[in-house]
Design a protein around this ligand. Structure first.
Ligand code: SIN
Length: 293
């Protein structure tokens, strides 16, 4: 794909690109948005540097792609229930998302993507790893693809946000991780293990360590060996890229075909991000629809 209005610089072989030439704090021309949309579909994770975004501007950019999800569990930015606060203070030992996962896979209609914006970053460390679920699917043998094709998996928020996960002991030790327990944590959602991306038609491996509990129709114990194989396979280095954050970086990833892991290698330092999670509620991409009309 050639781009006329933005510059797209791939970050790794399978996934990730930096985009230059877009000021996300301003309304964007349809031709620029079209190219950002295309780059997002092509590279799965797109990174914008040196942005200056208020929570309102962050949400306005997100709304080009879909509505803003309200998360039942995360702390949020005051006055913005749809902007999640992802923070780690110097005294905290744990961080948010330090396990391979795809955001909010525990609901019936998982989100399109997430936009994470860096306000405060450690001097070093605190990078986020991303991996392509297309690439991990494509690298499986035909036999394994066939076996997985008929399987569904049960996803749930219990392990991450259930009463035991967010109890007073964990919260006392990690004051910035103020997860709210909600009964919604106990609900399950079922998704195909091989999920077809609605826009690209490509297949990806849709299971993740945080939220997948078991295969449908099997116990967790029966499911564990195959899930463990898939998790290890999906994190192979050649399927990944790594985002090094700077203040003002916004990274937009596709939750339908990627998983990610926020590294916790910056003890004693502070890292503060705002996250907007974008719903998969746009049936058609407006600019493309208009230009096709
Ligand atoms: C997340 O898992 O959404 C947070 C990722 C990060 O903080 O890098």
């Amino acid at each position: 794909m050639t781009y006329q209005h933005i510059t797209v610089k791939p970050m790794a072989g399978a996934i990730g690109a930096e985009i230059f030439g877009a000021d996300l704090s301003q309304p964007l021309a349809p031709e620029i948005l079209d190219e950002i949309h295309q780059a997002h579909l092509d590279h799965l994770v797109v990174v914008f540097r040196d942005q200056d975004l208020t929570p309102d501007a962050h949400k306005a950019f997100a709304r080009n792609f879909g509505g803003c999800h309200i998360n039942d569990f995360f702390p949020t930015v005051e006055g913005h229930p749809d902007v999640q606060l992802v923070a780690k203070n110097p005294e905290d030992t744990r961080n948010v998302g330090h396990v391979w996962h795809t955001d909010v896979s525990y609901v019936a209609k998982p989100p399109l993507g997430s936009m994470l914006y860096a306000l405060e970053v450690p001097e070093s460390g605190g990078d986020t790893m991303f991996a392509s679920m297309y690439a991990s699917y494509a690298a499986l043998s035909d036999g394994m693809k066939e076996l997985l094709e008929g399987l569904n998996a049960v996803h749930s928020a219990t392990q991450s946000f259930g009463v035991n996960a967010t109890g007073p002991e964990m919260q006392a030790k990690n004051k910035s991780m103020k997860f709210k327990y909600s009964e919604n944590a106990e609900q399950d959602a079922v998704h195909p293990v091989i999920r077809t991306h609605r826009e690209t038609g490509r297949k990806g491996l849709y299971v993740n360590r945080s939220f997948t509990k078991r295969f449908e129709g099997m116990t967790p114990e029966e499911s564990a060996p195959l899930l463990q194989f898939l998790y290890d396979h999906m994190a192979r280095p050649e399927f990944t890229c790594r985002v090094r954050w700077e203040k003002g970086t916004l990274t937009f990833w596709d939750n339908r075909c990627t998983h990610h892991n926020a590294l916790n290698d910056y003890q004693g330092q502070r890292r503060v991000m705002h996250r907007v999670t974008v719903l998969d509620d746009k049936e058609a991409w407006p600019a493309l629809t208009e230009s096709a009309a």
